[in-house]
Design a protein around this ligand. Structure first.
Ligand SMILES: C[C@H](O)CC(=O)C(=O)O
Length: 327
C-alpha cells in the first residue's frame, strides 16, 4: 500500500473526528502535587473554552483514603464542590475529564454521571493492572461516563503482551484506547507502526485511538502529528508543554497545525504570556539533558527528576547510571 493511502490525511486535511484534550492541570500536577491555585485552574479552564479544545482533564480522582489531602492539592482528588467552584455547572461545549489511577481510585470515588460536571473518566494502568482497569472502566461506563484506557509505559512491554492487552480492551466498553509514550522514548517511525497496530484492533470494534506523548527527545509534537496523520483521533497536549519532566506536546504547536476553524490560538497566547511563562520559572519543566537521557534509554523519568532536584551536574555519571540499569 502506498504511504499516502495508509494515512488518514495530510497536513492540509480537515478531520472532523479529531478531539483535542488539554491535560495541563493533570500532567502538570505531577510536578507540584496538584497545588495549583484556583485562579490558575480557572484561567486554564476559561482558555480551553475560548480556544475551542474538546476536553480539559482537570485532575485526578484519587481517593483521599490513600493519598494525603495535606500533601496533595484539590486537583488530585477533584471533589465535586472543588470542580464546581471553578467551572460552575460547565454550560459550555468543553467536556471535562478526570484521570483514575489503578490502586488510587476506587468505584466509590466515581459518582453517577448525572451528579457530576465530569464527562469522561480516563483510566491509567500498567500492564499488570489490566483486571482492575477493566473493573473501573466498566463501572465508569455503567455510571454514564465516556471512558478511555491509558495503558502506560508500553515501551517496557513485550509485543505479545501488548497485542493481548489491546485485544482485551477491544472487548470492553471503553471508548478510546490511548497510545501512551510515558518515557518519551519513541521515534516517529515507531509511533507510525504502533498506531497501525492499535487501529487494526480498534477499527473492528468501533473504538477510537488517542495519543499521549512526552517530550524527552523533543519529539512529542512530531509524534503527535505522525499519529494523527496515521489515524488517531484523540490528541493530548498541554499549555506550553507543562507536564512532568520533559513535559508534553505543546498545545499551541498543535493548534497551529490543526485546520478546524473552531480552534483559536489567540487566548492561548494570552494565557501563556500572563500565567504560564512566570510559572515556568518556578516549576521548570521541559527539555533538558537528564530527561533526554532517560528518554533515549527508555527509563522512567524519576531518575532524571531526582538528579535535577538534587542540583546534580554530572551528566556523564547519570548516563553511566542509566546504562547500568539496562537489561
Ligand atoms: C496515562 C497518562 O497519560 C499518564 C502519563 O502521563 C504517562 O505518560 O504515563
Amino acid at each position: 500500500m502506498s504511504l499516502i493511502k495508509e494515512k488518514k490525511g495530510t497536513w492540509i486535511t480537515y478531520r472532523p473526528d479529531i478531539k483535542v484534550l488539554d491535560c495541563t492541570i493533570r500532567d502538570g500536577g505531577l510536578i507540584n502535587n496538584y497545588q495549583f491555585g484556583e485562579d490558575f485552574v480557572r484561567a486554564v479552564y476559561d482558555t480551553c473554552v475560548e480556544i475551542g479544545v474538546d476536553y480539559m482533564e482537570i485532575g485526578k480522582i484519587a481517593s483521599p483514603k490513600v493519598m494525603s489531602t495535606k500533601e496533595f492539592g484539590p486537583w488530585n482528588f477533584c471533589l465535586e464542590e472543588d470542580l464546581r467552584s471553578v467551572v460552575g455547572s460547565n454550560e459550555t461545549p468543553l467536556k471535562l475529564a478526570v484521570m483514575a489511577d489503578i490502586g488510587r481510585t476506587f468505584k466509590e470515588n466515581i459518582r453517577p454521571r448525572e451528579d457530576s460536571v465530569v464527562d469522561m473518566v480516563r483510566v491509567a494502568a500498567y500492564i499488570h493492572q489490566i483486571p482492575a482497569a477493566i473493573e473501573l472502566i466498566e463501572d465508569a461506563h455503567s455510571k454514564g461516563y465516556e471512558t478511555t484506557i491509558n495503558l502506560m509505559a508500553i515501551s517496557k512491554v513485550s509485543e505479545t503482551d501488548l497485542d493481548e492487552a489491546l485485544d482485551i480492551f477491544a472487548n470492553t466498553n471503553v471508548d478510546v484506547i490511548y497510545l501512551v509514550d510515558s518515557f518519551g522514548t519513541y521515534y516517529s517511525e515507531q509511533i507510525h507502526r504502533l498506531v497501525k497496530k492499535y487501529l487494526n484492533i480498534t477499527e473492528q470494534v468501533g473504538k477510537k485511538v488517542g495519543i499521549h506523548a512526552h517530550n524527552n527527545q523533543q519529539l512529542a509534537y512530531a509524534n503527535t502529528i505522525e499519529s494523527l496523520i496515521m489515524g488517531t483521533s484523540y490528541l493530548d497536549a498541554t499549555v506550553y508543554g507543562l507536564g512532568r519532566g520533559a513535559g508534553n506536546c505543546p498545545l499551541e504547536l498543535l493548534m497551529g497545525f490543526l485546520k478546524n476553524p473552531k480552534y483559536n490560538i489567540v487566548p492561548l497566547l494570552k494565557l501563556i504570556e500572563k500565567y504560564v511563562k512566570p510559572l515556568h520559572l518556578e516549576m521548570n519543566w521541559g527539555y533538558d539533558i537528564p530527561y533526554m537521557l532517560v528518554g533515549q534509554l527508555n527509563e522512567h523519568p524519576r531518575t532524571a527528576i531526582e538528579f535535577i532536584k538534587n542540583d546534580e551536574r554530572d551528566f556523564v555519571k547519570l548516563h553511566n547510571t542509566l546504562l547500568d540499569m539496562q537489561p
